[in-house]
Design a protein around this ligand. Structure first.
Ligand SMILES: [Zn+2]
Length: 313
């Protein structure tokens, strides 16, 4: 008897799991009285739901068909929670078909500090994500606009910024400046990559300097913050957008709420560090649901392009 094998989706990637339907061994004796499974018991639920086809939403506990989640760009259709999305999936949702030309796809970290177990972690995440590091950069078209687009990926070492992320983004920004194109960076990061020590921190200055040069040439930069955007990324390029957008519910800050609470010994206000809180307090300009992101980016890019034409006339 053939059985169907399902692929289990995890944050780390795709792994093969046990067949969902296991045929009974041929030698099993057929008993005349079979104990009935109680309706609604956890055991019967387990049998009805093949592993890997359904994903439990971490926010509302709803079971969502994973194909439905894919079609909905990893946004829970029940509660609209924005779950992590792979960088390539996000690029696909934003750029016009076949227009994205990736840059520096082969750039890899060299583990210059020989930091304990760093190399094995890099290997693990490379295998799991099929990425070389935590950002994918390139030039593509969003609507009619050519843009230099960088998209971070949280699955690769928590989207941490080491020398590769910093260098790839700096080259991207410089390419945008040369081409006279807007730069769009979609961030998700736990912060600087501790395994690269001061080399990670230097990326903050490098990316910021490239953006200052880009601004000097009066080209726009749009920063999109997604869950979560923290640390050295938030303290550099992610906070420097001419427009700063965020996805609903994204957690955004420098240090996490627990660290701030422990340091200041003060009670933090409700919704502290959420995109909604930061919109109310002026750090970000708009909250845009993932499914509307492309249309909204086109609107803003139209606006910047029209302004440029007006200034040149
Ligand atoms: Zn949900």
């Amino acid at each position: 008897m053939d059985t169907t094998t399902f692929l289990k989706k995890t944050i780390g990637g795709v792994t093969q799991v046990e067949p969902a339907l296991t045929p009974p061994p041929a030698s099993t004796e057929q008993k005349s009285f079979v104990k009935k499974t109680k309706l609604g018991s956890s055991r019967s639920k387990k049998r009805e739901i093949p592993e890997g086809l359904w994903i439990k939403c971490p926010a509302c506990d709803a079971l969502v068909f994973d194909k439905e989640l894919d079609e909905n760009l990893q946004v829970c259709p029940k509660c609209q929670q924005h779950l992590p999305i792979a960088s390539r999936e996000r690029i696909h949702s934003l750029v016009e078909t076949c227009t994205f030309q990736e840059m520096d796809a082969e750039m890899v970290s060299v583990d210059i500090l020989k930091f304990a177990s760093y190399k094995s972690k890099l290997d693990r995440d490379r295998k799991a994500t099929m990425l070389k590091d935590a950002v994918v950069t390139g030039v593509g078209k969003i609507g009619t606009h050519t843009v230099a687009l960088g998209v971070m990926d949280f699955r690769f070492m928590g989207g941490s910024m080491g020398a590769v992320v910093g260098e790839k983004l700096t080259r991207l920004i410089e390419r945008g400046t040369e081409g006279g194109w807007p730069v769009v960076i979609i961030s998700t990061s736990g912060g600087a990559r501790m395994q690269e020590g001061a080399f990670s921190l230097m990326q903050m200055a490098k990316t910021s300097a490239a953006l200052a040069y880009h601004a000097k040439h009066r080209h726009p930069y749009l920063s999109v913050l997604t869950n979560n955007s923290y640390g050295g990324v938030m303290a550099s390029y992610a906070a420097l957008g001419d427009l700063i957008l965020a996805e609903p519910g994204a957690m955004i800050g420098f240090a996490g709420p627990r660290v701030i609470k422990d340091t200041t010994h003060a009670d933090l206000p409700p919704r502290f560090q959420t995109a909604e809180f930061l919109l109310d307090h002026g750090l970000i300009d708009a909250i845009v649901p993932r499914k509307e992101m492309k249309a909204r980016l086109i609107t803003y890019l139209d606006y910047f392009a029209a302004g440029k034409k007006y200034a040149a006339a």
